[in-house]
Design a protein around this ligand. Structure first.
Ligand SMILES: [Zn+2]
Length: 318
């Protein structure tokens, strides 16, 4: 009887995902969490704690979580979580929101909803009298236009239909950019920007996707809202992760991670979408690179490759 009760209890605490049973969410201090060691062992990954890190590895996958922090690394690439990793009664927990919107997609890529990709909208940030960030001798609006046009050419060569929100140095309102995506019913939206910071040493690439509903953004804003594009949460993250990875591999740039924000161009689209920050114009070395055609070509190929990798992951399995 005791044995039956204990196996019933275990079954109640597990949830089936495909053919794998993973631990159910538990409530800790009023928030839902998942035990990450339990999930790792369900997918045959070894896990251990080393100082402030909790590491799960196996089957050519490696997850490194930083206890009490929102930063984690998947196969070496940085991903920002919504809530800090929790150490509770000797167990390591991630929030249910982070499990659903981030970790589940990494552990179970096949859980990402499939969709056709024929038409892609590329959005070159800024333009016209909105020059974006300014470096010593170049402007964000010119770099984003040049790069976007090159990405479009690469994708068209791979038989995608590509629309641009602007193809010249003109100002386009943010709401017009998302309206264009909706009107053209495109299957993906990629917005391209150049970063800037007061500290000239700051450099590297980061990719943003929409903050999941009711979760905080990476920059610390706790505007816990739901936005129309939240229905693509899994796809948004899968796209962001493919793009960040492909850009880093092509360029060797510093990895600032996959982050979350409720940017206007990510909120109101009717397809999965991301916003890329391809480097800091305020960093002298990075400004030089962003104005070097060979480096821009690496970035363009990285972006095209990231989109194609996302598409390939979503193709129906035989
Ligand atoms: Zn910008």
């Amino acid at each position: 009887m005791k044995k039956i009760l204990s196996s019933l209890l275990i079954a109640l605490c597990l949830l089936q995902l495909g053919s794998v049973w993973i631990p159910r969410a538990v409530s800790i201090k009023g928030r839902q969490y998942r035990n990450i060691a339990g999930i790792a062992s369900a997918v045959n990954m070894r896990s251990r704690r080393i100082g402030k890190f909790f590491i799960c590895s196996g089957a050519s996958r490696n997850l490194r979580l930083e206890l009490s922090h929102r930063r984690m690394y998947w196969n070496g690439m940085t991903v920002m979580l919504g809530y800090p990793v929790l150490l509770h009664n000797g167990g390591i927990y991630v929030s249910e929101s982070d499990w659903q919107s981030t970790l589940k997609i990494l552990f179970f890529p096949a859980s990402v909803p499939r969709h056709p990709i024929g038409v892609i909208t590329l959005d070159a940030g800024h333009g016209g009298n909105d020059q974006g960030a300014a470096g010593k001798y170049s402007l964000e609006k010119s770099i984003t236009l040049k790069l976007t046009q090159r990405v479009a050419a690469l994708l068209r060569a791979c038989r995608y239909r590509v629309h641009l929100t602007r193809s010249s140095d003109t100002a386009v309102a943010l709401k017009t950019r998302t309206a264009m995506q909706r009107a053209r019913k495109s299957d993906l939206f990629v917005s391209i920007h150049v970063n800037a910071a007061k500290n000239k040493k700051v450099h590297g690439i980061e990719t943003y996707c929409l903050t999941p509903a009711h979760a905080p953004s990476t920059n610390g804003k706790f505007e816990l809202k739901r936005n129309p594009a939240n229905r693509f949460d899994s796809n948004n993250f899968a796209l962001a992760r493919n793009l960040q990875y492909a850009m880093l591999v092509r360029t060797g740039a510093w990895d600032r991670g996959v982050k979350r924000a409720r940017f206007a161009v990510l909120r109101d689209i009717t397809s999965p979408g991301v916003l890329l920050e391809i480097g800091f114009i305020s960093n002298p070395a990075e400004e030089r690179k962003l104005n070097n055609p060979a480096y821009l070509e690496k970035l363009a190929r990285g972006i095209a490759q990231g989109i194609i990798a996302y598409h390939r992951d979503l193709r129906p399995r035989r």
